[in-house]
Write a protein that binds this ligand. Sequence first.
Ligand SMILES: [Zn+2]
Length: 364
Amino acid sequence: MKLIEEFARKQPAFVTQLAAVMLGRKPAVKVEFELNGRDYEDFIELLTGLNLVWFEHSPNPVRICYPTSIQKSVDAEVKALPWYVETKNYSFQRLFADVGEYEKFWEIMSEGEMIPLKLEGGTLNPSSEIVISKDYERLTNFLTQYAVAKTHRRQPQRSMETFDRILGTAYGYPECCTTKFAEERKRRKSQEDYLFYESIVEKGLVKTVPLELRVVAHVACSVQCQTSISLGRQYLDSLKEYDPKIHKIVVKELEKPTLFIDLWHQFTVDELMPEICGDLIKIEKDDFLRMTKRESVKPDEIMLGRINHIAFQYLADFVGLWWIGVDSRNAVLLCNAETGEMRLYKRHGDSNIADYRIFRYNYP
Ligand SMILES: [Zn+2]
């Protein structure tokens, strides 16, 4: 299977955004999921195969990476270091600013200049922050805006709001959403992402969320934000233009229901018919119904489903075949159909109106 197909199944929204970047319709895209071991190697292979450039910020210094195949177009000062010869064999080059020059790097960058970078071997090094762009020029432009945003954050009177605004523009987010997000960030304690999910519930669109909103990289100001919907459609059209087959995979993946326990526990569920699972199932539906009664959960929806992909390692134990009972807004009961392991999540004081639900997305 082609690497991009594999990523389309695991990270459909990201692959859609990546297509928009490749076609020059989005300035840059940030990786919002974890890459461990083999996944990271595959990811680098994907980026170099697509001739994309990226920066790594983990936590410092800043590293700028690009495929060896496009090296000639990149203007960088390469020092004759002993291992330089070896780097010729790498599929990508990694340039870095001296650690001691970390602050200077951002200072100079905020003026739109790039300081000379040293060549470092293209060894693999998982990073906490990766931002990808179509070419060197676009990446430099993004870094300049990032640098300007960073300078503002250091001045208390300018605050996070300016940081959010500048970065929002750098990533190509709609202004209405960036403004709303910046306001909400001030008001809530790291729960500003809820603003979009709350609007879904408030407008009664839990079963008919426009799928376009699942591929945008920002928090939409509302489920009815037309600018975000058109942006999402533009990204999906870019992917279709790039490769209709990948587009099909992505749409199929995104149309699957999302189990939303809370902001940090969201899972795409592959809904299954018990008949096709055969002997795998040790816990029958009737057993599960008895469990819901015992736990006083009154589900308005019960499904058998497989959770295949998780964005972060700490969620790894959610991968599996589950009976899922959702008592919307109040509770979610999970029982592993193969092992019988049970998990109960119930509403508490800090629960949000969007929690303990299944969201369904529709594509016209
Ligand atoms: Zn908006």
